[in-house]
Design a protein around this ligand. Structure first.
Ligand SMILES: [Mg+2]
Length: 405
């Protein structure tokens, strides 16, 4: 059975670093500046945009001071906490030590690598009896990484040294773990890759999921120089702007109650397909039902939180929900306005473009009305009219989707 979507992501912050200046101390790799800010900040934002509300930094003793300022802050909607090991315990030992701070299922990410995958997809690969799912790079000639061996059911059976030129999957530095692994770790300093994972694999408790996403690491000064350009590039993605009512949810006339809302067939699969292909997914919805007094503005948030939770169970997420509650003929005076954000005006799309690093090339909108397409055109984005039916099937036929990926 798939696991519930993760509500926590832990990021491992080791003390190994790179000296930026011969006279200065080495900077822990996750803290190295990339494009003007720490590598870790890019990683945190990537995790947070998946809607994961809690991010826990698991920090080696010597790196503790360098990340202390993250503790108690919020980034892109995620609450951050910093837990520092009292002594070096290894990448598995630290999980044992802080076991009471872990959610039932949690993501674990290396702090000095980036693997571009849909983080919510891992839960779908979980099965009863497994304690972990590894995100695997499908094939890599990287001579230093061991090959992950799997059976036909994607159960990890072992790890083997990579022979010269051998292709085959290797661990991409991201996994979904069950808190119960803490009982399997054992005492002292224990590593995940050299200690816990081979042990779990030997008794069939580990699964693998294969991905083709880009992978980056900052293991050496040369690799560090290379990520300066690639990390900001990786953050730039094409976007799919989706109307809500009539595209994701049946337009039954101002739908605003989760218990009455009906999904369009294929809606969650369509959002997940966009997530899997590395798109930003944005909802842009006119909610003049607020202006007309049919429901309070807070109800829009109730609907969107419900949609986010439902989508997460399907391995899908929306990066941002934008709505316009205004109408020029509003019965509620506070919402009576000819708003630049109300479609057919492009304000909601423009506001998203101002905040998110969207690559216009490959971006598009899907709407069920001419006003949606007019808003897209005014923002310089191609629009596609959804005639109803299955959204995932409609999406799969869009040439824009194939051109961008
Ligand atoms: Mg609509």
């Amino acid at each position: 059975m798939p696991a519930e979507p993760p509500r926590q992501a832990c990021i491992l912050i080791g003390s190994e670093g790179i000296r930026l200046d011969a006279s200065a101390a080495a900077v822990p790799r996750p803290l190295l500046p990339v494009g003007g800010r720490p590598f870790l900040d890019w990683l945190i934002e990537e995790v947070a945009r998946h809607g994961i509300p809690r991010i826990t930094l698991l920090v080696a003793p010597r790196a503790g001071q360098t990340v202390a300022h993250y503790h108690g802050t919020t980034r892109a909607g995620a609450a951050l906490e910093v837990l520092v090991e009292p002594e070096p315990l290894g990448t598995a030992g630290v999980l044992r030590f802080f076991a009471d701070r872990l959610e039932e299922h949690f993501l674990l990410l290396n702090g000095d690598t980036r693997f571009d995958v849909n983080l919510l997809d891992l839960s779908l690969h979980h099965q009863d009896g497994a304690l972990g799912v590894l995100a695997l790079r499908r094939s890599t000639p990287d001579a230093r990484s061991s090959v992950v061996e799997m059976d036909a059911t994607c159960r990890v059976t072992g790890f083997a040294p990579r022979a010269e030129g051998q292709q085959g999957p290797n661990h991409g530095g991201i996994c979904l773990l069950d808190r119960r692994i803490a009982q399997e770790i054992g005492a002292g300093r224990v590593s995940l890759t050299a200690g816990l994972f081979p042990r779990l694999a030997a008794r069939g408790g580990l699964r693998g999921a294969l991905y083709d996403g880009a992978f980056l690491e900052i293991g050496s000064p040369e690799a560090y120089a290379a990520v300066q350009q690639r990390i900001p590039e990786m953050a730039r993605r094409p976007a799919a702007f989706l109307d809500r009512d009539g595209v994701l949810i049946e337009d039954t006339g101002w739908p605003h109650k989760p218990e009455e809302a009906r999904w369009i067939p294929g809606a969650a699969q369509a959002v997940k397909a966009l997530n899997d292909r590395g798109y930003f997914v944005f909802i842009v919805t006119n909610q003049a039902g607020v202006a007309r007094g049919f429901y309070p503005e807070a109800q829009v948030g109730v609907m969107h939180r419900w949609m986010a939770a439902e989508l997460a169970r399907a391995g899908a997420h929306v990066d941002a929900f934008e709505y316009c509650p205004h109408h020029p003929d509003a019965t509620v005076p506070a919402f009576r306005r000819d708003c630049h954000r109300r479609k057919p005006s492009p304000g909601m799309i423009r506001d998203l473009l101002a905040v998110w690093p969207v690559r216009i090339e490959g971006s598009f909108l899907i709407g069920d009305r001419e006003t949606d397409l007019a808003a897209a055109a005014a923002a310089g984005i191609p629009g596609h009219l959804f005639p109803g039916g299955d959204l995932a099937a409609f999406l799969a036929r869009l040439p824009a989707l194939h051109a961008a990926s």
